[in-house]
Design a protein around this ligand. Structure first.
Ligand code: ACM
Ligand code: ZN
Length: 494
């Protein structure tokens, strides 16, 4: 009844029972024990006791266990012992999540687990959830919850969409007006939508994620989707005119001026701070949906093209992106961007591409030697309806039912083996134009995220939708026990 389904599982006779004060021995893995104990306490009302010596529950970190995948684990549950082994701490953590799923959700049932042997590891390295906090702001406590959703589903990336036209949410010391001006917008009904994180919030989120082996990938959109930044600093745009933070959705013509040295300098200095704040390797620079109308009319952009020998406006975005990419490289970071970053100009070799307009961009990128995260709209856009629109809450006017998430394969047909290894994985994207509340967001995420987790973790050959739905009935109880709202499953098919 596990989600995601483990790579290998064999049932054994008997059950292993937890009991108050039972000892848990976990040399070098006390931080994982510190996450398990409160979960046990809140479900069953008793504590496990950390022990220095041998105990019936053992978590073994064995860096020399080369037979175990770095993200994987081996779990052996017998009537008198529970043994979890991994070669890394993330591996142990994933095994701990499996243990928590094998246990009941509350003291209404006995605190025991069916005996079994599990040998498990993920299919993909990048198992992500993207969250847009620009269109609607969600505070740090909510982001901690989203990290917990990732952890319980063995997802390991939270892609945090921190800036867009309708709001800038990340404090940047060198440019205080980004938050002062860019985090507020006037709504058509006269109300103000506002929100930004304090640096302490960001640090709390990073620490919470780190303890759960989730990498935060911050996204700073450039050169398009930058109206909030332009509202704060109008000189960043081609025309330099004051513009408000917009309250309508869409794609806006006013973008960062690619001919302006100070706009490029702005991008670099913002990325300097972002790189200092976030410890992960990847920084996402957006790059999608950047209209060229202003650049076409802008004397500075024209002068840039002449000086750099750039023949067309598409390549001007490529030029901008390659400058930003070089800068990130100098900071020891890897650039990742939406698939538009592939057009024009050269990317640093270790830049990665996030393919959203279908698989095409991802396929081109792997053939050009770049790593890729697949996130095509048809399988991964959780702002789409989950069912017939007349019976669903407001959503983007397209449909993405659970089956279609489950049918997602990040490796499209025709990819050769060498290129296959460049597909890091995939992710679900939650755009929030039409999602103003956290309860609504939970409903859009679940149970589709459970399907995405299985796509990204479990072996492709074990996929079986009907079997998944049977296990999802148990997962639904887990979500209910945690107070996580979700779209209810339809009654079983006759
Ligand atoms: C996107 O959905 N514009 C990346
Ligand atoms: Zn310009």
């Amino acid at each position: 009844m596990l989600i995601p389904k483990p790579a290998r599982i064999a049932a054994r006779e008997g059950r292993f029972s937890l009991a108050p004060g039972m000892r848990i021995h976990a040399p070098g893995a006390s931080s994982i024990v510190d996450l398990i104990r409160p979960a046990i306490r809140s479900r069953f009302g008793f504590d496990l006791r950390p022990a220095e010596e041998e105990a019936s529950i053992r978590l073994e970190l064995d860096p020399d266990a080369r037979e175990i995948d770095p993200d994987g684990y081996v779990l052996s549950i017998e009537p008198r012992s529970l043994r979890l082994r991994a070669s890394t701490r993330p591996g142990l953590f994933h095994g701990a999540q499996t243990i928590l799923q094998l246990l009941p959700d509350s003291a209404r049932e006995a605190p025991d687990l069916a005996c079994c042997e599990i040998a498990d590891h993920p299919r993909f390295r990048w198992r992500g959830l993207h969250l847009d906090v620009s269109r609607h702001f969600f505070d740090a406590e909510r982001i901690l919850e989203a990290i917990d959703w990732c952890a319980m589903h063995k997802l390991n990336v939270l892609h945090w969409h921190l800036t867009d036209d309708q709001g800038w949410r990340l404090p940047i010391e060198s440019f205080p007006r980004l938050v002062e001006v860019g985090s507020r917008r006037l709504e058509p009904d006269g109300s103000v939508h506002r929100g930004a994180y304090a640096l302490d919030d960001i640090r709390r989120v990073i620490a919470h994620a780190a303890r759960r082996f989730v990498e935060i990938v911050p996204e700073i959109e450039m050169p398009g989707h930058a109206r909030a930044a332009i509202a704060a600093y109008p000189e960043l745009s081609c025309e330099g005119e004051p513009l408000p933070v917009p309250s309508e959705w869409g794609i806006f013509d006013d973008v960062l001026c690619a001919g302006s040295d100070s706009a490029l300098d702005f991008a670099r200095r913002v990325l300097d701070e972002v790189s200092g704040i976030f410890p992960g390797r990847f920084v996402h620079i957006g790059g999608d949906e950047c209209p060229k109308a202003r650049w076409a009319e802008c004397p500075r952009c024209r002068a840039r093209m002449a000086a750099e020998g750039i023949g067309d406006l598409g390549n001007l975005q490529g030029w901008f992106t390659s400058r930003v990419g070089k800068h990130l490289e100098s900071l020891g970071k890897r650039m990742i961007g939406w698939d538009e970053i592939l057009s024009g100009g050269s990317l640093p070799p270790d830049a990665a591409v996030m393919s959203w307009r279908g698989f095409r961009g991802g396929i081109d990128a792997v053939h050009r030697g770049h790593d890729v995260v697949m996130s095509p709209t048809d399988h991964c856009y959780f702002d789409y309806y989950q069912g017939p629109p007349e019976s669903e809450p407001p959503a983007f006017p397209r449909e993405l039912p659970l089956e279609k998430v489950y049918a997602f394969d990040p490796v499209p047909p025709g990819i050769d083996h060498a290129s296959r290894t460049r597909i890091l994985g995939g992710q679900a994207n939650v755009w929030t134009e039409r999602i103003p509340t956290w309860a609504h967001l939970q409903y859009m995420v679940f149970p589709r995220l459970c399907a995405m987790a299985e796509v990204l973790w479990s072996p492709a050959e074990t996929r079986d939708f009907d079997d998944f739905v049977r296990r999802l009935r148990r997962q639904e109880q887990r979500l209910d026990a945690l107070g996580i709202r979700h779209r209810p499953l339809e009654p079983p098919r006759a």
